[in-house]
Design a protein around this ligand. Sequence first.
Ligand SMILES: NC(=O)C1=CN([C@@H]2O[C@H](COP(=O)(O)OP(=O)(O)OC[C@H]3O[C@@H](n4cnc5c(N)ncnc54)[C@H](O)[C@@H]3O)[C@@H](O)[C@H]2O)C=CC1
Ligand SMILES: CC(=O)C(=O)O
Ligand SMILES: [Mg+2]
Length: 370
Amino acid sequence: MIIGCPKEIKVQEYRVGLTPDNVRAYVEAGHTVYIEHQAGVAIGFTDQDYLDAGAVLATKAELFAQAQMIIKVKEPIAEEYHYFKPNTILYTYLHLAADRELTEMLVAKNIAAIAYETIKTPQGLPCLQPMSQIAGRLAAIESTKFSQITFGGRGVLFSGVPGTPKGKVLILGGGVVGLNAAQIAMGMGADVTIMDVDANRLAYIDQMFDMRIKTLFSTRENILAELPTADAVIGAVLIPGAKAPKLVRREDLQLMKPGAILTDVAIDQGGCFETSKATTHNDPVYIVDGVVHYCVANMPGCVARTSTIALTNSTLKYGLELASKGVVAACTLDPALKAGLNTYQGHITFPGVAQAFALPYVEADQALAS
Ligand SMILES: NC(=O)C1=CN([C@@H]2O[C@H](COP(=O)(O)OP(=O)(O)OC[C@H]3O[C@@H](n4cnc5c(N)ncnc54)[C@H](O)[C@@H]3O)[C@@H](O)[C@H]2O)C=CC1
Ligand SMILES: CC(=O)C(=O)O
Ligand SMILES: [Mg+2]
């Protein structure tokens, strides 16, 4: 198969869909790989590294014209739509339930779109997990940074020092993001509470932290009870493939301390705070009713080298399946990959996406057989 990997163009996004080692694996499997000039240079992967691995260097326009499958990191943004030719395979993060225009473009152009974030094994979401690990760890770091008064926060040091209160961190959602945020926040010495609707997950977290973390079932009442004392709230919920539930409403902000921070990691699925709107690494925070909001939708992009290696460790396996077998056989043979199929032949094949926009849904099996 002919594969194309363009340079990412989102603000401050330096990750790349394929490392030179990945290129070598595709080439050894008999595929041709086009890489955009300078696609990985910001994180130390030079054009020469890609050439040595067997890639062909190309412009964005050339590689989109040639490729049967595009491998990216982030969901395409409007400036990229015109490059897509009909019937291409697209393998990348998509977060379609939060992006109607992109969904419509993929449907209109019969793109076979496989979303990293909905590929699902019995163990979890293997291509979301590495970025969630990174975003969770960063969420604790960014929350502490923007709690500094010089960055607009309350002037709270999360660890405190002997004789002072610790910073209080409330984490909504105890999945991969939540657990990793808790590890770093606990490591910094903060007073951490974690909420989830999954009692088994809370039991696991309680054991993992040897009962040193407070766990609460996620209910409206419990959230309202915790907000007044929180210095930082980290939004880390996920209903896979669907829009995030709004757990903190605008009117709830008045309960919070001035200068407290809401860090909405779930912003890529629309955000779990009513007042969240996506921000970028160039301008990551804004203030609503005295509460700092951090809502960067591509958090791992700021540690792009670690993120690229972690991401491609997971995506390579499925990418090779797609390239070697084609979409129909690969998805039919591997249920994990079938769960990743969001659009195919003009149909929406992921229920959460169809529901988000009240558009027709066709089961992946049916679409693949058509
Ligand atoms: N902004 C960014 O750069 C990044 C964002 N993310 C996003 O972070 C979010 C979380 O991802 P993961 O931790 O991997 O998901 P996950 O599936 O591992 O965990 C989500 C957790 O939320 C819980 N949950 C669902 N509804 C809840 C509710 N009402 N209250 C409390 N908990 C609830 C689930 O039980 C689950 O334990 C996703 O939207 C993901 O796309 C991930 C990586 C980077
Ligand atoms: C998960 C995601 O969208 C990201 O890492 O940017
Ligand atoms: Mg996004």
